[in-house]
Design a protein around this ligand. Structure first.
Ligand code: NI
Ligand code: MN
Length: 229
């Protein structure tokens, strides 16, 4: 069995055969307060969808302390390597077979940057990440608007769990996320990136209704909940 643990916002712990990973490890300053960086001592991978602070989060510190490899888009990986982390750089459309399974980076419509002093430093394209764990594909959409590329995921990528932002303003809202779910055709869609701050105050139950009307099975994880699959 693989295990997915929701840490609030877009942060997940994913575990399965050969894999102990965090995805978008925003722990310090995460208003949900489910876990702290130091709670993670035994990790082998950290997946990062883009450079924004609520996604890159504590990736560098955790990677340096645990020896975990940061897997991300080339520019984010390079940035993390300069900060002292082990990295595996990939890019949009690229697939790599890791010992635990296949990873593919896919498009996301968003930005990617970090703040260095009073400067905004752009770090290439944002991405979504498909991680194969125990033969099942977990798609973490990162931050993204609704894009036609998602139809390709539904046709060709056999997504088992789709983690989709629903909060609006910076990403898809519940309506667009429900359309995304219809395009991606996962066995299970799980909403994320909602209610962390007032500006993304979307109701996951409303997303569930809209997505289920489009024929997609939805499970709402409350921050701190775990799913086995
Ligand atoms: Ni973002
Ligand atoms: Mn975000």
């Amino acid at each position: 069995m693989a295990k997915l643990w929701y840490l609030g916002h877009s942060t997940f712990y994913l575990e399965g055969e050969g894999l102990k990973a965090l995805i978008d490890p925003f722990l310090t300053g995460n208003p949900w307060g489910i876990a702290k960086p130091e709670d993670f001592t035994d990790l082998n991978y950290i997946f990062v969808t883009h450079g924004h602070g609520d996604h890159l989060g504590d990736a560098v510190e955790i990677a340096k302390r645990t020896g975990a490899t940061i897997v991300s888009i080339f520019e984010v990986a390079q940035y993390c390597q300069f900060k002292g982390a082990n990295v595996h750089a990939m890019h949009i459309g690229g697939t790599y077979n890791f010992p635990f399974g296949r990873v593919k980076l896919v498009p996301a419509a968003h930005g990617s940057s970090v703040i260095e002093g009073d400067r905004v430093v752009t770090l290439g394209s944002p991405c979504g990440i498909i991680v194969e764990v125990e033969g099942k594909n977990v798609y973490h959409a990162g931050d993204t608007g609704l894009i036609a590329d998602m139809e390709l995921l539904g046709k060709y990528e056999n997504i088992y769990v789709a983690l989709l932002p629903i909060g609006g303003n910076f990403t898809m809202d519940i309506r667009d996320a429900a359309i995304a779910a219809e395009l991606i055709k996962p066995a299970l869609a799980i909403p994320m990136h909602f209610k962390t701050w007032p500006i993304i105050d979307a109701e996951p139950e409303d997303f569930k209704s809209l997505a289920e009307a489009r024929g997609v099975n939805v499970q709402i994880l409350n921050p701190g909940d775990e799913l086995e699959f």
